[in-house]
Design a protein around this ligand. Structure first.
Ligand code: ADP
Ligand code: MG
Length: 513
């Protein structure tokens, strides 16, 4: 005997003007399971779930909940059908308490007072049953992102949701918070609830789901049982072609020393020392990866080397000391010295968001004689043509140089910065979080470009909080903790456990044993 699925979608379609966000989608989500929905940015995942939650109206199609056809014209109807949703951007009232937020909207104003006492009790029960501890009297704006997310889940459970939809819930969480969320979701499943988890992270799908549906360009391309699939197969379904999940590279052939850093110290605007006397070097043809939990001085190190902020100590590039005063002109001089910089914070440091893509593609290099028609006039038409070619090579979507930087998605903004910095063939490339917010197809592409630069004899300093990325790209790994380098390791002779201990500030023989 088969039971009715918790959710069944039949022939759902939805267009936004010319964009077909969902076309003829069929989906079955079995009761009491964790069902993943995976797809690249823009595949149509959020649209589909927003239709299910009554946020958008489908152009065509049918929704069945527990085998019964239902109309879901608004979120009240979704709640009545037992559906709860945790959005990508929380919808909590910032200056209300946890308790008030949970009750708000579930009861009308006159009932609020008696129901607060009842809610307090219910909240305590839910907190106990699902590891959802939060202080009911804390004001939302005082809570961490992870705790705010718990309040969203509590809110849905308080409304007796049987089906919980979470849209990219781990994007905003630390790894420890994400682990905790997964325990909560497993707990919900054990209680018989159905969970729909939207994500673009393969690791999460493999770790926690029972089944997974893959979307690509508005279509549902497959639904598979998690135990019977692999990250490689899912990646191929998502992107529509084979994707290398491992980086293909030969051993490095290091040449002369390009970057030498000695006793570098950096203090932030409040006078707190963030980099505490570090020394290292990088040779031509090698990638030095800096691993570490965010906030241990890696960002300051990159900014100093990129000429954005001041420091003391000595930094030599190709044997010549560079100016560490952090003066405004430093960024410009660095480029003339063959240093390219892909900053971590691309929105503030990497791009001028109101400028067009082609302007951003030459930003910092606009004094280059190649861009001048004569002494006074820039060759704009030529620059736009070159920018378009670069955007095509770096698969920037859409490859339209006259769009403003802010109208591209995060991953495509990153590709614009990479196109500018990598194609300059620098002697030294400084690169921070190169694939943050980027789809897997583009990650493969970016990793290959970095390896090519290395193989062309360039020195690369890679800062990333993704340990996988550090391990697969680096020829040597240095781990930063509290402004210091805790140790340097050969990627072939270390592992995530050892690096994790160094990242937590635990060094020495004890860590290796
Ligand atoms: P995903 O969640 O998989 O990243 P979305 O469902 O958000 O994808 O988007 C699918 C497509 O629909 C994208 O091309 C997106 O730009 C477009 N889209 C989504 N919401 C809207 C909207 N409110 N107005 C116009 N276009 C939209
Ligand atoms: Mg989305």
């Amino acid at each position: 005997m088969t039971t009715n699925p918790a959710i069944e979608l039949r022939g759902i379609s939805k267009a936004f003007g010319p964009v077909q966000a969902n076309s003829d989608i069929n989906l079955r989500v079995e009761r009491g399971t964790i069902h993943g929905i995976i797809g690249e940015n823009g595949a149509g995942k959020s649209t589909l779930m927003s239709i299910l939650y009554g946020f958008y109206k489908a152009d065509a199609g049918e929704i069945l909940i527990g085998g019964q056809p239902v109309a879901i014209p608004d979120s009240q109807a979704a709640i009545r059908a037992g559906i709860g949703m945790v959005f990508q951007h929380f919808k909590l009232v910032q200056n209300f308490t946890v308790l008030e937020n949970v009750v708000l909207g579930a009861e009308d104003g006159a009932l609020l007072r008696p129901s607060l006492a009842k809610a307090r009790k219910l909240l305590a029960d839910l907190a106990r049953d699902y590891e959802l501890e939060v202080d009911p009297d804390e004001v939302i704006e005082e809570l961490s992102v992870g705790h705010q997310q718990r309040v969203e889940i509590l809110k849905a459970l308080y409304r007796q949701a049987d089906i919980l939809i979470l849209d990219e819930p781990t994007g905003v969480l630390t790894p420890a918070e994400a682990d905790h969320l997964f325990r909560i979701l497993r707990g919900l499943k054990e209680q018989g609830k159905t969970v729909v988890l939207i994500t673009h992270k393969l690791r999460e799908i493999m770790e926690i789901t029972d089944a997974v549906s893959v979307m690509r360009r508005g279509e549902m391309v497959a639904t598979v049982t998690t135990a019977e699939t692999s990250p490689e197969q899912l990646a191929e379904l998502m992107v529509g072609r084979k994707v290398l999940l491992r980086v293909d590279k030969t051993p490095a052939v290091p040449g002369r020393t390009v970057l030498e850093v000695e006793n570098l110290r950096v203090s932030d605007a409040d006078g707190v020392e963030r980099v505490k006397g570090i020394s290292f070097s990088i040779r031509a043809g090698e990638i030095l990866g800096i691993a570490g939990v965010a906030g241990n001085g890696q960002s300051q190190l990159l900014e100093v080397l990129g000429g954005i902020s001041p420091a003391t100590g000595t930094v030599r590039v190709n044997g010549d000391a560079i100016d560490l005063s952090g003066r405004h002109s430093n960024g410009q001089t660095r480029r003339a010295r063959g240093i390219a910089h892909v900053p971590e914070d691309r929105q503030h440091l990497g791009l001028i968001m109101d400028f067009m893509a082609w302007e951003n593609v030459i930003f910092g290099y606009h004094n280059d004689p190649a861009y001048q028609k004569n002494r006074l006039i820039m060759d704009n038409a030529g620059i736009v043509r070159e920018a378009q070619a670069k955007m095509k090579r770096f698969d920037v979507r859409p490859p339209i140089p006259t769009l403003q930087a802010k109208s591209f998605s995060g991953g495509n903004q990153q590709k614009i910065v990479l196109a500018r910095e990598l194609e300059r063939a620098p002697d030294l490339l400084l690169v921070g979080q190169p694939t943050r917010g980027v789809d897997i197809g583009a990650i493969e592409f970016i990793h290959q470009r970095l390896i090519e630069l290395r193989d062309a004899g360039k020195a690369v300093l890679l800062v990333s909080v993704e340990l996988d990325e550090i391990l697969s790209l680096s020829d040597r790994i240095a781990v930063m903790f509290d402004g210091r380098i805790m140790g340097e390791r050969d990627p072939a002779a270390t592992n995530e456990r050892e690096l994790g201990l160094l990242m937590a500030g635990i060094a020495g023989e004890g860590a290796a044993a």
